[in-house]
Design a binder for this molecule. Structure first.
Ligand code: NAD
Length: 252
């Protein structure tokens, strides 16, 4: 059975520990050791207080569900230790030289870096843009004002521009835009809206190409313990892990 290490035992990590299928969660690491210990109670995995011990454990793949900083800090070491890597904090890959470095390292070591669909649906199909370039790729995200510590009485747009500019102004909201760009092979345009009438994170994806038009709308139910994170993001990792070694590959 595939042996998985969890880097980050917060909201997503906890769901993975509770609901994983077809893999063994074997090792846990969090910079707050109490969190890893709590998650160990759910899956029986070994807790490593030091990253050095964690990365040397007998693991096939490490799932990052921690932070952009954790990806920057640890991705290279994970690959150097011969482990595959799942990156949920995809925003880290907006840094082109860093992305090129870890991709080259993965190739050299014969390892793979997986980007799950995260908080959206349809990342796999948008890869058609790598063959037939998209004429338009727009991510329109709508959030509640409270989730951004803002107070407004009507729906309003607070950002419109390219994904790379969004990174500077809203670094916490960039994971989906970066993932879309990597899949489609072109930078996404981004709009961020706040709306006092919504209590869910809503992602709308609009793509146009020679094939026609795509419109995807995802209304994410926030996780009860952390309204900033969607249950869908955790499910996308659980699905990725379950299908890693399946001989029948659907939807890529
Ligand atoms: N791609 C997507 O669509 C998508 C969707 C949801 C969440 N995310 C990202 O996934 C990550 C996890 O989300 P979450 O809701 O579980 O967050 P969370 O804050 O609930 O949990 C993160 C955990 O990681 C730990 N951590 C942070 N930095 C660390 C480091 N350098 N070393 C070790 N542990 C570290 C924290 O202590 C915390 O326990 C976040 O970066 C979030 O932005 C991406």
């Amino acid at each position: 059975m595939i042996r998985v290490g969890l880097l980050g035992c917060g909201n997503v990590g906890r769901i993975i520990a509770k609901e994983h299928v077809g893999v063994k969660i074997a090792a846990l690491h969090d910079r707050i050791p109490g969190r890893a210990e709590e998650v160990a109670g759910l899956c029986g995995a070994e807790v490593y207080r030091d990253f050095a011990g964690f990365v040397q454990a007998d693991l096939d793949i490490i799932v990052e569900a921690a932070s952009v900083a954790a990806v920057r800090e640890h991705a290279e070491e994970i690959l150097l230790h011969g482990k595959d890597l799942v990156i949920l904090s995809v925003g880290a890959l907006a840094d082109r030289p860093f992305r090129d470095r870890i991709t080259a390292l993965a190739r050299e070591k014969g390892r793979r870096i997986h980007i799950p669909s995260g908080a959206i649906i349809g990342l796999d199909n948008l890869k058609v843009g790598q063959i037939a370039p998209l004429k338009r790729l727009l991510l329109r995200t709508t959030k509640s004002p409270e989730s951004l510590n803002l107070k407004v009485d009507r729906r309003m747009m607070i950002f419109s521009g390219r994904a790379n500019d969004c990174i500077r102004q809203f670094p916490k909201n960039i994971n989906v835009a970066v993932a879309l760009g990597l899949a489609a092979g072109r930078e996404a345009d981004v709009e961020i809206w706040i709306d006092p009438a919504v209590d869910r994170n809503i992602h709308e994806i609009i793509a146009e190409g020679e094939f026609g038009e795509i419109f995807i709308r995802v209304e994410n139910v926030p996780s009860p313990d952390n309204p900033a994170t969607s249950y869908l993001a955790a499910l996308s990792i659980l699905t990725l892990l379950k299908n890693l070694n399946e001989p029948l590959v659907v939807g890529t």
